[in-house]
Design a protein around this ligand. Structure first.
Ligand code: HEC
Length: 261
């Protein structure tokens, strides 16, 4: 009689038990020998027949599965949700920053120099600096410094008109004296007509001359001048009169005055 090694018998018994087939135990050696032969080929077949085996109720692992409760609809929804890829997180985090920067670009960009810088350029370019000094200290023409400009011209609008007309034009239209101190018109100041310089440009020059004069003691006049200069900067084809009217209608003087308080 052939001796079957004990470990083969053990394997055979275990497999039969797993397949649900009764006793692998105490049978005769011959039967067990063939059983051992079958069972040695068995792993391949069981593996291939896995789905079939799955339906076998005796298999403990498979038997448990159908009894697992289905996930609740909330859990299902959570599992099926569209997931934000992790790499998108920094992108999402930047959106508020981006929005802030983007909104900033929607405001009118400061294109080149503003009214004050343009005024300085025009003051030099139109000969004003040549007769009144590059810093307004005077020369052929009177000085503007140390508040002199505000003493003569408390209102920037009169200041503007003087430069437009010049000595001769002023005498012809207004009389023999000019300014708040009634200075006699001595002559020598050329007029700057609209053909040579626009209202917008002339207001920049006036703004600059008043800066050379020091601080404006009349805050309201200063605010109005700055608002009008800014308005003409944005609408350079308007006349001074039109710009004042429109700025007034838009309530810009009041707004600027409130902002300055
Ligand atoms: C050719 C020289 C000359 C040039 C150029 C000139 N001015 Fe005059 N300016 C004068 C003279 C002279 C007076 C005094 C006029 C008078 O008494 O009739 C004067 C007077 C003035 C006054 C009044 C001064 C005051 O406070 O008593 C202002 C303001 C003024 N000029 C602005 C300007 C501006 C702005 C420009 C350039 C756009 C300019 N001037 C260019 C010679 C000049």
């Amino acid at each position: 009689m052939t001796e079957i090694p004990e470990h083969l018998l053990e394997r055979s018994r275990a497999r039969r038990a797993a397949m649900g087939g009764g006793d692998g135990g105490a049978g005769d050696g011959g039967g067990d020998a063939s059983g051992a032969g079958e069972s040695s080929a068995a792993p391949a077949t069981t593996a291939a027949a896995a789905p079939a085996a799955a339906s076998m109720p005796a298999h403990p692992a498979v038997a448990e599965e159908p009894s697992a409760p289905p996930p609740s609809p909330m859990v299902q929804a959570y599992n099926n949700r569209r997931k934000i890829p992790f790499w998108a997180m920094p992108v999402l985090a930047m959106i508020p920053v981006w929005a802030y920067v983007y909104v900033g670009t929607l405001e009118a960009p400061p294109e080149g120099p503003g009214p004050a810088a343009l005024g300085a350029e025009l003051y030099a370019g139109n000969g004003c600096a040549g007769c009144h000094g590059s810093t307004g200290g005077g020369g052929v023409g009177p000085a503007f410094t140390s508040g002199a400009i505000y003493e003569t011209w408390p209102s920037f609008e009169d200041h503007f008109e003087w430069v437009r007309l010049g000595s001769n034009g002023w005498s012809a239209e207004k009389g023999d004296t000019y300014g708040a101190n009634d200075n006699p018109v001595a002559g020598g100041m050329p007029g700057f007509a609209e053909e040579s310089i626009s209202d917008a440009e002339l207001i920049y020059v006036v703004l600059h001359e008043r800066e050379l004069g020091g601080e404006n003691p009349d805050t309201e006049d200063q605010v109005r001048l700055e608002v009008v200069a800014e308005y003409l900067f944005e609408h350079p084809d308007l006349t001074l009169e039109e710009a004042i009217e429109e700025a007034e209608a838009e309530g810009l003087f009041e707004l600027a005055a409130e902002a300055g308080e």
